[in-house]
Design a binder for this molecule. Structure first.
Ligand code: ADP
Ligand code: ZN
Ligand code: ZN
Length: 742
């Protein structure tokens, strides 16, 4: 039997985080030891006994086996938050790649603002008359700074210290001098920063509907018994999921435990926060990307000290160190933003499950269109599945028309608007009702299809769309397969084989050609550059300032618009053609969400889906609002092609300054994987999806395997090789089960 070695970090004093020490795992611990465990080890020359955390396990000894010390034992019962966070970092490091220090930086808040924030203010001690006479004196003496401050103090009794020394340009010495003259005093208060203050009317909870009550009772009972579980709530938007979360959190708080609520940043609206504040008052706080490092740190301190019970935020909120975490809620678990886009590229769902396991908490996942991953685990019995079928406030699902764009072309309509969509738009304009036009450009990567027969040019090996490149080449971004773009459609021979170029701006222009008086609002990357523009456009539309809102996938989220009775999806094909295995899933989600936007109020809604592939299952099941049907079809495809969640994929991205060197390193690394004992299937290397950014060339290859652990081993072997080769200019990144082509 091979020996087992453990990488251990000693202590978690911040300076030493980047160093791990290797120890030998003695016989009696072999089967018990896991990453994240707290162990005691002999340390240093004197072999003093120290606590350490296991962050990795493997059979390769990095030093002299004879001189590698043995672990003494497992430290039982260490459930401190620090221990859990370190263990979580170990888990991230092990499963998603990157260095241990990167993983620790991900889970631990920046430590720089350890001191509590000091609020300093100055208070006026003299009466108005006295201040004015002192001001006159200073002016005579040409003491301009003092005069400026006194001028302010004539009207104000209190002023923030920072503003005086900053904006007003008055030196601390001048302030001191006035203090000595008895004109003012400096007072300071200490406190943590609470980034959001919402004055909300209290709301203790709604009378639950029958299906809501069933879920709250089922999960609630297990929470009360402190049993842990993972639950998936499948319920359309407006079916009352958030109310279920709120009531479950109330139960957890009543037990003296705490909760983390993950919400994608884009859905973190004022309305959502308000509901949490109404329920939990100032026992709840928010974490988001606009917080400074200091504010983040403060949130963590407040959580540790028991000042708050609930934190809401995007994926980073997972790392708020609650002493007794009871529940993690992950709303809209299918959202792509839950996956980190920089190393370590972890997925918040996996990390949430691990964090819950470490702290004895439960996890509730919620979604209107669950990810294929989550649903697969629910079907396999790993998660318990609940569903909320109806909207709380009633409302019929919209009537959906699928328009075949091939037929439109055949019958002579070359416009981006089908006849059905034009007819319904005109009807809504007449009635003064609102419409939304949706261009699902997400994941769009220059695929090529036939306008006459709908054929999409695909890779024969990977069953994903080919992407069009300069010079008329079509390339597969998984395996590198490459052909010259044919001038005629290989299936029907037509000349209409081309890429898709329409943008939101063009749609707005065309719309105005047909309806000159139409009032439009546009929402896309260009119109939402500033921080508040997203909310501003949505509220302008809600206030009826436009008849039609045109936008990218951004418009399918958030706000309800009761006056919207028509939704048009201009080209479902745009997301279907994305050149990765998730394109069907993403399309189904986008179409379902888009269609669901019509008819939220009292008026019934209609939706038009335009597509060149009306028979594609993602389109037909979205039109029928049939999740189950979609899932069955999709999982079959994943099984046949060996894609996640049935199997796993590891993307290895090599980047560097010269194309040849990058390509060579990618090749050498791919060869290392190919020669591993356990056979893997390797795709590529191929130029990355965005092959060159800022003069950095990128090549990628993918490793597929049924067993995630085998991919982790491949990553470890590649990392060891890189240690050995020490490439000077090239860097390598790992992405497990990537959300899109790299
Ligand atoms: P989801 O999170 O699934 O979109 P919400 O929990 O936000 O659904 O519920 C939709 C709307 O219905 C909200 O305005 C909410 O306040 C209201 N609501 C939820 N549950 C109830 C209930 N049991 N009784 C009355 N109104 C409810
Ligand atoms: Zn064709
Ligand atoms: Zn391919």
């Amino acid at each position: 039997m091979r020996e087992l070695y453990a990488d251990i970090i000693i202590d978690i004093s911040y300076q030493k985080l980047d160093r791990t020490f290797q120890y030998h795992v003695p016989e009696n611990l072999r089967d018990k030891l896991e990453t994240g465990m707290c162990v005691s080890v002999p340390f240093g020359n004197g072999n003093t006994k120290r606590k350490g955390y296991v962050v990795g396990l493997g059979d390769a000894c990095k030093f002299d086996p004879a001189r590698t010390k043995d672990i003494i034992g497992i430290v039982a019962g260490d459930v401190s938050v620090e221990n859990q966070m370190t263990a979580l970092a170990g888990y991230i490091h092990h499963n998603f790649g990157g260095t241990m220090i990167q993983a620790l930086k991900t889970v631990l808040p920046a430590k720089k603002s350890v001191k509590k924030l000091e609020y300093r203010q100055i208070e006026r001690l003299m009466g108005k008359e006295e201040i004015i006479s002192l001001l006159g004196e200073c002016e005579r003496k040409h003491q301009r700074a003092k005069a400026r401050l006194l001028t302010e103090l004539v009207e104000q009794e209190q002023l923030p210290y920072q503003w005086i020394t900053g904006k007003l340009g008055v030196s601390p010495a001048a302030i001191r001098s006035l203090e000595q003259a008895g004109a003012l005093r400096v007072v300071s208060t200490e406190g943590y920063r609470n980034p959001v203050r919402i004055l909300a009317e209290a709301d203790s909870g709604k009378e639950l509907s029958e299906s809501q009550r069933y879920i709250v009772e089922q999960i609630g009972r297990e929470l009360e018994e402190e049993k842990t579980g993972v639950y998936l709530i499948h319920g359309v938007t407006g079916s009352g999921k958030t109310e279920v979360y709120l009531q479950l959190i109330q139960k957890v708080i009543a037990q003296g435990r705490q909760a983390i609520v993950l919400i994608p940043e884009i859905a973190l609206t004022y309305q959502t926060l308000l509901r949490f504040y109404q329920r939990f008052g100032d026992r709840v706080s928010v974490m988001n990307s606009t917080l400074s490092a200091g504010e983040r740190f403060d949130q963590c301190e407040r959580a540790k000290n028991g000042e708050i019970d609930v934190i809401i935020g995007p994926r980073s909120a997972l790392f708020v160190p609650f002493p007794r975490l009871g529940l993690i809620v992950m709303d809209e678990e299918q959202e792509g933003s839950y996956k980190s886009e920089s190393t370590p590229r972890y997925h918040a769902r996996d990390v949430a499950l691990k964090a819950a396991e470490l702290s004895g908490a439960s996890v509730v996942l919620g979604s209107a269109t669950p990810s294929v991953d989550a649903y697969y685990h629910a079907k396999n019995g790993e998660y318990r599945l609940f569903s909320l079928k109806d909207r709380i406030n009633g409302g019929e699902l919209p009537k959906v028309y699928t328009v075949d764009l091939r037929q439109e072309l055949q019958e002579g309509n070359r416009s981006i608007f089908s006849r059905k969509l034009t007819e319904l738009l005109s009807d809504r304009l007449e009635k003064g009702q609102q419409s939304m036009l949706f261009l699902n450009r997400r994941g769009y990567a220059g695929f090529v299809s036939c306008r006459a027969c709908g054929l999409v040019m695909k890779c024969p090996h990977c069953d994903v769309s080919l992407a069009e490149h300069k010079g008329g080449k079509l390339i597969c971004h998984y395996c590198g397969y490459e052909i010259i773009k044919p001038s005629n459609c290989p299936k029907c021979g037509s000349r209409y084989l081309m890429g898709f170029k329409a943008g939101t701006q063009q749609i707005e222009e065309k719309l105005k050609e047909i309806f000159p008086d139409v009032r439009t609002l546009r929402m896309d990357g260009d119109t939402t550059k500033t921080k508040d523009s997203y909310e501003q456009i949505l509220s302008a539309f809600a206030n009826g300032e436009a008849d039609v809102l045109i936008g990218t996938q951004m418009i399918v989220k958030g706000h309800d618009f009761p006056n919207v009775t028509l939704v048009g999806v201009l080209a479902a094909d745009l997301s279907l053609g994305a050149n990765d295995y998730r394109s069907g899933e993403r399309t189904f989600q986008l179409l379902t969400q888009a269609v669901g936007r019509a008819g939220r109020g009292k008026l019934p809604g209609e939706a038009v889906i335009q597509t060149y592939q009306p028979e594609h299952y993602a389109v037909t099941f979205a039109a029928a609002q049939d999740y189950e049907g979609f899932y069955e079809e999709e999982i079959l495809y994943r099984e046949l092609s060996g894609y996640p969640p049935v199997a796993h994929i590891l993307g290895v991205v090599v980047s560097g300054k010269t194309q040849e060197a990058v390509k060579q390193l990618a090749k050498r690394l791919a060869d290392v994987v190919k020669s591993m004992e356990e056979p893997n299937s390797v795709m590529g290397p191929a130029p990355a999806n965005i092959g060159k950014v800022n003069d950095v060339f990128r090549f990628v290859f993918y490793i597929k395997h049924k067993d995630y652990g085998q991919l982790v081993r491949a990553k470890d072997i590649l990392e060891a090789k890189l240690q050995e080769w020490q490439p000077k200019w090239e860097t390598v990144q790992f992405d497990f089960d990537p959300m899109s082509t790299l």
